[in-house]
Every structure is written in C-alpha cells, then in structure tokens.
Write a protein that binds this ligand. Sequence first.
Ligand SMILES: *Cc1c(COP(=O)(O)O)cnc(C)c1O
Length: 349
Amino acid sequence: MATASLRIDLDAVLANWRALDKMTASATETGAVVKADSYGLGAAHVARILARAGCRKFFVAAAEEGAAVRQALGEGPEIFVFSGHMAGDTEMIGDLALTPMLNSLEQVTRHFEALPGAAFGVQLDTGMNRLGMEAAEWQAVAPTILGAGPKLIMSHLACADEPEHAMNASQLAAFRSMTEGLGVPRSLSATGGILLGADYHFDVTRPGIGLYGGLPWEGSQSVVTLSLPVVQIREVQAGETVGYSNSWTAPKDSRIATLSAGYADGLTRRFSNNATLYCGATPCPLVGRISMDLVTVDITDLGETPKSLDLICPEQGIDALAESVGTIGYEILTALGARYQRSYAGGHS
Ligand SMILES: *Cc1c(COP(=O)(O)O)cnc(C)c1O
C-alpha cells in the first residue's frame, strides 16, 4: 500500500445523526449539511445512508455540490443551496430541483423571473453579516416572497459554539421578530445551535460537523481514521538533521520513519515539528518539515518496527490533532486531500 488510507465509519455518521435528532422534539426535523463533499468525507456516501435512515433535507454550499448530491439520492429529498440562486445556476437549479436559499433582492428577482413557480427558501441575516437579507430589506420584500410560498426561512448563528455569548440570544430575538407568525418552516441552528436548547431548534436543524465527529458536540462518535504507511526507516546519529532546511536535529541517536503523505494530502506545514502520530497507544513525534508527499517521525522510543502510523485515531481525534497544530476540526477534515485511498465501513443498517 503506497498511499495513506482514510477510513470513514458510516455507522458512526448515522449514529451521530440519530443522536442529534433525539436532542430535538419530534416536531423538529433534523437535516444534514453535506457541503464541501461532506466536509471531505464523501457526500454521496453520507447522503445515501442518511436518506435511507429518513433524512429528507440536505444542505450544500453551491449548486454544483447539490448536483452531485441529487445524483446520489435521486428524486425526493430536498436539497437546499446556501449560496442561493447565483447567475449561471438557473439550469442546474431547475433541472435538478434544487432549492436555492435566496440571499438578496437580486437573487429573488433572478429566481422569480427565470424559474417562476420553482421551489426556493429565504436566508435572513440576524447579525452575522455574511449571507442573507437584513431586516429592512426583508420587510420590503416579504409580502411578495411569502405569496410565492417559500419552503424554508433560515438564518445562521455566529457564536453558537460559545453558549454564554450574548450574540446567541440577540440573533434568536432578531430571527423571531423577522419570522414570527409567517407560517413558513424555520431553521436557525447548525450543530452548535442544537446544543443551545429548544428555543433554538425551530422546525428544521442543520448539523454538519456533529455528524462527522467534531466539536462543539463533545458526545459525537469519531468517524475518521487516517493511517500513513511507512516507506523507510533509518538510524540517525546525534547531531544529524532531518528533512528540508535542517529544521530538526537529532538530540541523541534516533530512529526515523519516513511515511507517505504530505502537504499535498492536507497535512499543512503547520504540522512540521509539531504533530504527533500514534502506533497503537504510543505517541511518536513528527520531526522536521512536512514535504509534499512525505513526513518524518521519530520512532526511537517505539519497541517495534511499524508498517504504518496513525494520525487520526481513537488516541487522537480530529479536534486534538487540530489543537496541536493551531486550527479547528473543520479545517483538518476539509483539507484531507483527494489522494487518499478512502474506504467506507458500515452504512448497511
Ligand atoms: C456549514 C453550515 C452549517 C453546518 O454547520 P456545523 O457547524 O458544521 O454544524 C449550517 N448552516 C450553514 C448556513 C452553514 O454554512
């Protein structure tokens, strides 16, 4: 095996979706965010197992991603597009029955003119200042829009992973005042919002990272295992250096394993002299710079000669790895490159 292997546990994704679904009342429908190819894990696989388990609402960032999910799911499930109805997307939205979350008056006009009668939703800005119509704009166009029967009205929380943050209550109040009594299904919460409690759940939730085993939900099951095969092992003497720019010098006689995977596989240069790999439960420090296709690891204290070492495993989940290199689990997952040999376990229930 020459390439690193990324193992994705679909049963864990399914268990996470079901557990998130149980956190909300039965009247609240739990959707699934499968944008960015399901955070790098494979949107077609993830969407199929969740659809089989009863998920009917999927969310993607762009129409192209929606097309891939529609191909995997066939007709039936709703696929909402966060970026709305962009110029050039009309044919895809119409032909594949995608539901754009309209973000501006410009998009409303485009959608109504190009695809009259076609499904759509509305995205409102409640303070994040990223996407969606603001209160004044919404007030002006709401009568027209509501007459056309939106499928969903949504907004997004900026600070949901900080439960005590005053922004949460302020966005909740803004969302309520913009949407109360309209008779249209509402959605405010991603994973973090689900954890904030029932006030934040409304009619539909939109978990992403929680499905894939990442924080802020501490109780999620881990989904990913990443093992890097050992290409070569060498002895270096005290004072010798390893890798580009001689950035690591052996403090004593050492054994160095060279493994297949590098920054072309999403192991960014922040991993250099920083990350830790595991042989079972034994930590082995990554030493030297990350190369494009290779990393070097100090296995001096390991009693055995490993065939591979794990970077993401039960001893080190995506958030622990992320913290050790100064980022977040979301970025670790979505950076995992296309070169890995991906294998899927489970998903048959
Ligand atoms: C990415 C995203 C989500 C999912 O967020 P998680 O934190 O991964 O659960 C939900 N809604 C919107 C608008 C998003 O952009």
